[in-house]
Write a protein that binds this ligand. Structure first.
Ligand SMILES: *[C@@H]1O[C@H](CO)[C@@H](O)[C@H](O)[C@H]1NC(C)=O
Ligand SMILES: *[C@@H]1O[C@H](CO)[C@@H](O)[C@H](O)[C@H]1NC(C)=O
Ligand SMILES: *[C@@H]1O[C@H](CO)[C@@H](O)[C@H](O)[C@H]1NC(C)=O
Ligand SMILES: *[C@@H]1O[C@H](CO)[C@@H](O)[C@H](O)[C@H]1NC(C)=O
Length: 470
């Protein structure tokens, strides 16, 4: 008999052991559907690398009660007044429209700092390039940078006069490789990049510049990106933090991070930190895919911010799809204003569990061979508890978790382990009110060969947490 075993604590858990052992599903276990956790390999203390989001913070201070930030382990945000209406549409509509947009960014900055978070200032939005009007001028149109230079002067003055440097990261432009936020040529973008880098480093030598915040992901065939790196290296303007977005419904964070590292070595670029400053499509903003992103980012040790698919005022609220409040499911262009009465949805509960409950040391894991099922795991010596958070990315089916090297934490090489299961449910409504994950109780799993395997009939939206004591 192979060491794998019975169902995890959901419906199939009620099957008798003998049936489970003979279960044809279990025989189909292959590395393509199995994610692993190695109890013998600890990879560092948790820093909640995935617990940040794009926009989502109201411009009114303290509108969202503090525990929503603290309990999810809030790490930071990225904002610049996007999509606020006149008179706050950004620089290209006039200096006053810039100043009002900047005030939104400043308010979000102060909130981020209140919770020790970082703040990526989204400069494209302060300019006015927020995707709502593709006819606005771009920096350097017709070789003329005079308006842009004046914009940078105003921006530098505002950063100075508001003492905004602690925790600040300068996001030079948003998705310059897509057509929504940058409408001129790549060459014009490179001129803008080089010019801005010199200007900002001249004003603030220690301010980190992040970029290129591309819509596309690193690969040797991404010529937009290789052109960018070929420009910034001799130009002395390599980003302090490399960034790009993972919003394709089919991306693999771990593969793309490996591709970035390969570019760094082949192109002679430094091994600077990486930040995925938008992750997750709208379809992926549910517990299962969020658990998948957490697992991927934690494995490669890369910080990330959730994407945000709201617009107008809703873009400036709800933590990028994690919270609801009365009136939240009405037209997002309506100013729900300073209304409060927030509640968390189940995805926020995933971040809460990730932060509050997955304590101790992170464990090394592997994703399923097909890349669509993943696990994040911790072991806390003080409580003797192993915890695993799992989810499938936009797919359903039978997947497996294999926990290896049980004896490394003092367990026998065979026996029975009682596993507690929690479900993070999803009813396809981002504004649903979910007070807590569903406790599914304990189920005993027998194992042998120093390794325990159990299967999960995973749905496309449910995230699962499993816990056991050693
Ligand atoms: C879009 O931008 C152009 C150029 O600045 C401006 O003339 C036009 O009025 C803007 N359109 C809207 C709907 O704001
Ligand atoms: C970097 O590029 C900008 C824009 O072309 C240019 O103004 C600047 O002089 C360049 N810096 C160096 C060191 O080449
Ligand atoms: C997570 O930890 C908090 C704080 O210790 C605790 O109150 C809560 O019950 C735990 N939740 C779960 C699902 O274990
Ligand atoms: C952990 O388990 C894996 C797979 O069974 C094995 O290859 C590895 O050597 C084990 N590591 C330790 C430290 O026991």
């Amino acid at each position: 008999m192979t060491p794998w075993l019975q169902a995890a604590g959901w419906s199939a858990a009620l099957l008798p052991l003998s049936y489970a052992a003979a279960n044809p599903l279990a025989r189909r276990q292959t590395s393509s559907t199995t994610a692993t956790v190695n109890l013998a390999d600890q990879i560092g203390t948790p820093e909640h690398l995935a617990a940040g989001f794009l926009y989502g913070i109201p411009d009114t201070a303290n509108q969202v009660p503090s525990y929503f930030y603290t309990q999810m382990g809030f790490q930071g945000t990225r904002a610049g007044g996007s999509q606020l209406p006149a008179p706050a549409r950004g620089w290209v509509y006039g200096e006053n429209e810039f100043q009002n947009r900047f005030d939104s960014a400043l308010s979000n900055y102060k909130t981020a700092r209140q919770y020790d978070g970082t703040f990526q200032i989204l400069v494209a939005d302060l300019w006015g390039a927020d995707g709502t009007n593709h006819s606005i001028p771009m920096p350097g149109d017709n070789g003329d940078f005079s308006s842009y230079d004046a914009f940078l002067t105003a921006l530098i003055d505002n950063i100075n006069s508001n003492d905004m440097l602690p925790g600040l990261i300068y996001d030079l432009w948003n998705e310059p490789d897509g057509g929504n936020f940058w409408t001129a040529s790549e060459d014009q973008f490179l001129q803008t990049w080089g010019r801005t880098h010199a200007r900002i480093k001249g004003a603030f030598p220690d301010l980190d510049i992040i970029g290129p915040s591309s819509a596309s992901q690193p690969s040797s065939s991404n010529t937009w990106l290789t052109n960018f790196y070929n420009f910034v290296k001799p130009n002395g303007s390599i980003p302090d933090i490399y960034s790009w977005h993972e919003e394709t419904n089919g991306d693999q964070v771990d593969r793309d991070v490996a591709a970035q590292h390969a570019l760094e070595s082949s192109m002679g670029l430094p091994n600077n930190p990486i930040n995925i400053n938008e992750y997750g499509t709208l379809q992926e903003q549910q517990p299962a895919a969020t658990a998948w992103y957490i697992s991927q980012l934690e494995r490669v040790g890369v910080r990330g911010l959730r994407g945000n698919w709201a617009s107008s005022y809703s873009l400036h609220d709800y933590f990028a799809g994690l919270l609801g409040k009365p009136g939240a499911n009405t037209d997002e262009d309506l100013q729900e204003g300073e209304a409060t009465g927030y509640w968390p949805n189940s995805e926020w509960l995933v971040y809460q569990y990730y932060n509050l409950n997955m304590t101790g040391e992170r464990l090394s894991t592997t994703a399923s061979g097909d890349g669509s099922w993943d696990v994040y795991a911790t072991y806390d010596k003080s409580s003797g508890r192993v915890k695993m958070l799992c989810g499938a990315r936009l797919t359903s089916g039978t997947f497996y978790i294999t926990v290896e090297n049980l004896s490394s934490l003092g367990l026998p090489t065979s026996g029975t382990i009682d596993i507690l299961t929690y479900h993070f449910d999803w009813s396809n409504n981002q504004f649903e009110d979910n007070p807590s994950p569903d406790n599914q109780g304990y189920y005993g799993h027998s194992y042998s060969g120093n390794s325990l395997t159990f299967y999960i009939g995973a749905t496309e939206t449910l995230a699962y947490a499993f816990e056991f004591s050693v």
